[in-house]
Every structure is written in C-alpha cells, then in structure tokens.
Write a protein that binds this ligand. Structure first.
Ligand code: TNX
Length: 542
C-alpha cells in the first residue's frame, strides 16, 4: 500500500514546487528525475520487458569496429542477424559483417535441444570478446536481439554515427515469455494509416517483444482491405473516415507486404473483419446487405452500435464467405478475428444465427476464430476459438462468468480490459487526445494488474496472454499513436512477457523512465507522464 501512496505524494510535491508538464523547459515533473545521461554500461536485465532470469557477472562485452556477427548456415537466423547489423551499423559506424563463422565475436546460434527456451525464449551470454545469443528458433533469436538492443546505449537507435563505447554488461540472461500471446491492436478503420505508418508501429512493438499485430480493418467509418470479389467495399466503403478525411485502403499486395514485414519481426498479423455490427461501411457499399435494401449515407462520426448485417438474408452469408475466404488466403497466421462486439442493433437471436453461420466459414477457410468476448454471451464460440475480453473492473460478474464458462469449455482467453489495456483512453483528465468512456488509464493503472488472475473462474491454462488495443476515433497521425502508446505500450508488453513475481510498479517506473533516451533516439512523440521519473533532460544527439 505504501508504495502506491508514494507516487501521488511526490507528484503533489512536484506540483507545489511549480514543476509543469511536457513541453516546457522546467525541471522534469513528477518523481525524482533520473540523471540526464545514461550510464556507460546498462546493468544486465535492466530492460523492458524484464527478463525471466538474470545472472550478472564478469566484465562487459564490447562491440568494436572489428566485430563480426556469426551465424549458422540457416536463412532464418541470417535474416535476424542482418536486421541486427542494420540496426547497429548507422550509429556505431562499424561494418558488422554477417559471417558463417562460429569463431565470430558476436554469435547467433540455434540449439534445437534447448527445450526449456520454448518457441520464443533465448539465452544471452556476455563476456569480454564474446557475446552469444542462443535460442531454439529464429523467433527466439529475434526476441534476444531486442534485449541486445536495449542493453546497448540508447544512442544505438540513432541513424547517424555516434562517438561512444558500445558495451553490454557481463553475465547471462535466460529468458522465456510468460504468455504465448502478446498482441497490439491498431484501428486503421476510424482513421486510415498508411503501409509505412503501420510498419513504423510494427517496429515499435517489436522492440518490446510483442508477437501479434491485430489489425482492425473494417468498421462503420471505413473498409480498409481490398476484396477482389467485392470491389465496392473499397471503391465506396474506403473513401471515408472519422472527421471527413479521405480514408484509404490496402491493396492485397500492400497487405501482403505488411504481413511479410511483420513476419520478419516474428509478429503474426491477425486481420479483423468486424461482424455483424460495425458494418456500416460495408452496408453503404452494398445496400442489398441491409434488411430493407435501402441505400445508406457514409458515416464519419464516432458513435458505435448502430449498424448490423441482416440475419435473414442469404446475401449476408455469401458476403461473409467472400470476405473471409479472401482474408484467410492473405493470412499465413492461425487466426481471423470476426469482431462480434457492440452489435447493439442486432437482436440476440439474430446475433446467434449469424455467428453460428459465420464461424464455420472461418474454419472452412483453414483459420481459427478470434472474437471479442460478446461471442460468449449471446452465442457459442467455435472449438479452438480465441476470445478477447475487453470489459472493465465494473463489468458484471454475470458477463465475466460467461467468459469463464467458455474458457472452461476450451476457449483461449486474451485479456485486454478497456480500463487497463486500452491505449486510446486518456491518461488523466487533461490528456488532449483519446476517449474516456472506460475512465482514465494512468501509466500505473495500465501496468499494475495481472492477466493470469484478472478474470475470476478462468483457468490459468486458458489465459493465452494480453493485448493492447489502440482505437483511433481521436487519433489521426502517427504522432498521435505514439503519444497514447508511449509510455503505456511497454508496460503491457511486460505483463505479457515477464514473470509476475519480478514485477513491481516502484521499480518498473524507473526502468520505464530510462527508456526515454531510446524513444528520443528513435524520434517518438512520447507523453511525459508525471508518474514516471524521466531523465532530467533528453540526451542531445551527438
Ligand atoms: C469499444 S472495444 C469498441 C470500439 C471503440 C472503442 C473505443 C470494442 C470491441 N469496441 O468500437 O473504438 O471502444 O475505445
């Protein structure tokens, strides 16, 4: 309890002393500031997400102009090594050749027998003259590379040569994720974001070891993915967005490019086609899908829950089949998300009729169903479905119990409580962007909870992980996305990755503050929350 009271107390003190918010030249607000510069060697494991096991010891490893990156003759490992080299070259100015020579000083190796490392775990050994990253899979090596990045000085993220030493503290990190699903969701329907902008978001989540990007591709305000058999979805339905902007969509080639880009970061893209509600843009494109067949006007506001497909029309199922078939064909990943939320103008009987017929379409096209948790209330999830819970602390016990029942019947559960994990909620009353229907979500609030025990009655084994959704009713630029995601996105990654025992807000907020150097080096528009002890001033670029 005492540690919870400490931060507000310091905050009051800071306010009393006249400290102000981001954007002013005043001393850093909030809890006692960190030193302005990073230490020469970051203590081993002082990164986000916190590694499962850290044994510091011995002198550091130093990256030098002579460093070579050694890999086995394996394309997946070479790709990971090339990405690491590409990240390190501009700032270090080193050549960093990737070579198939196990005697290189920085080595990436696969050990198929290292069963304890699972699909994404890795071991990092750091000592003078030798840095070894071992994993069972290329994905594990990729996660380990993010640790290597974060152990190096933040200046390594810059795109121009920096003059400084590049050391990684000595010792061993052995690290595996707590949950297999660590997702970030981006709503490209309310406001459209270009391929390059989505790639930039993928880069951000990759640094924190996320492994799923859920793309909310369709909603009332816009349809964002080309469907060859239904051309009007993009000819008509993509031309709008919230606030009257131009909207936009991805061609199938562009979408595949996004999937490839994410795959290179070992991130699975999960497309969401929101059905049967949130379908106004589709209904505008194909008026024959409405129950009365009347043409509708496009919608650019931010209300929810007014649109629905028509349960009694065969056109509905032909439409869903066309869309889901093409989406499945674009998806190498396991899941297609069919939404199912806020179908407020669909009767419970119609909701069940439609979800009973639509879910098998997903399965028929070779994918597993993912859906918002309303699917457990008014319908029955298909076998193997992944259910995404987005309720609040105050959600009724009855609604939560439906989710628990589905979990006990075999559904997997991903937790993204709106009053904890929604990155579009305002931080506090003064946050200019974002919504507040689920309350304000401070950095501490988004961090200080446990996905494993969050939902009563859900077996631990059913909890697959956590997701951080970013809805974009009020967010129209990449800078807006950054401001809401940073600093909360890294904390949700830690909830998904790190053991519960090592997590603690009072130490986390210090590690979080240290990340600011890296965000500045990467050019992020992050929010200087007064809850966190940020560096006294950003390090100036060299
Ligand atoms: C609820 S979360 C929604 C979205 C909104 C979001 C805004 C969910 C499944 N539905 O339609 O964009 O709140 O925070």
């Amino acid at each position: 309890m005492r540690r919870r009271l400490l931060a507000p107390a310091l905050l009051l003190l800071a306010t009393a002393l006249g400290c102000t918010e981001a954007g002013t030249a005043a001393p850093a607000p909030g809890p006692a500031a960190l030193p302005a510069t990073e230490p020469e060697v970051r203590p081993l494991g002082r990164i986000i997400p916190l590694p499962a096991s850290v044994r510091p010891g011995g002198a550091p490893y130093t990256l030098t102009a002579a460093t070579r990156i050694g890999v086995p003759d394996h394309p997946g490992v070479r790709a990971v090594a090339e990405r690491l080299a590409a990240r390190l070259r501009p700032a270090t100015g080193f050549r960093l050749p990737v070579v198939t020579d196990p005697a290189a000083d920085l080595v990436l190796r696969l050990d198929p027998a290292a069963g304890a490392l699972g699909d994404e775990g890795y071991e990092l050994r750091s000592a003078p003259g030798r840095l070894t990253l071992t994993a069972r899979t290329p994905a594990g090596l990729f996660r380990g590379v993010q640790t290597v990045r974060q152990q190096l000085p933040a200046a390594v993220e810059r795109d121009t040569a920096q003059r400084r030493a590049w050391k990684i503290a000595g010792g061993t990190v052995t690290d595996v994720p707590r949950f297999p699903y660590r997702g970030a969701m981006l709503d490209v329907a309310r406001h459209f974001f270009t391929v390059e902008e989505v790639k930039a978001y993928i880069d951000r989540i990759a640094l924190y070891k996320y492994n799923a990007l859920h793309l909310h591709l369709t909603d009332d305000q816009g349809w964002r993915i080309a469907i060859g058999s239904r051309p009007k979805l993009t000819e008509v339905g993509a031309a709008t967005e919230v606030g009257g902007g131009p909207g936009g969509f991805y061609t199938q080639e562009q979408y595949k490019e996004l999937v490839r880009y994410a795959a290179a970061a070992h991130i699975e893209v999960i497309p969401e086609i929101d059905l049967p509600g949130h379908t106004h843009a589709a209904l505008v494109s194909y008026p024959e899908l409405t129950c009365d067949g009347k043409a509708l006007k496009p919608y650019t506001g931010i209300e929810v829950g007014f649109s629905t497909l028509c349960a009694g029309k065969e056109e509905t199922y032909a439409f869903a089949d066309d869309v889901l078939r093409e989406i499945a064909a674009l998806t190498p990943g396991r899941y297609v998300h069919i939404g199912g939320d806020e179908a407020k103008s669909t009767s419970p009987a119609d909701y069940r009729t439609m979800t009973d017929r639509i879910q098998p379409l997903v399965t028929r096209h070779g994918k597993q169903v993912m859906a918002w948790h309303q699917l457990t209330g008014d319908a029955t999830p298909a076998p193997g479905a992944l259910i995404q819970y987005w309720g609040l602390d105050r959600t009724t016990a009855e609604e939560k119990e439906k989710v628990a029942e589905a979990a006990r019947a075999g559904a997997g559960i991903v937790v993204s409580p709106a009053d904890r994990a929604y990155l579009d909620m305002k931080y506090d009353e003064d946050t200019p962007l974002g919504l507040r229907w689920a309350g304000t979500v401070s950095v501490e609030r988004s961090y200080d909870w446990d996905p494993a025990t969050y939902l009563p009655g859900v077996p631990r084994s059913a909890v697959r992980g956590v997701e951080a959704p970013l809805w974009t009713e009020t967010l129209s630029t990449p800078e807006h996305l950054d401001t809401m995601a940073f600093p909360r996105l890294p904390g949700l990654a830690e909830l998904g990755w790190s053991p519960a025992a090592g997590r603690d807000w009072s130490t986390y907020k210090v590690r979080l503050g240290e990340q600011a150097h890296r965000w500045d080096a990467l050019g992020l528009s992050w929010y200087r929350s007064p809850e966190v002890p940020w560096p006294a001033a950003a390090e100036p670029p060299a």
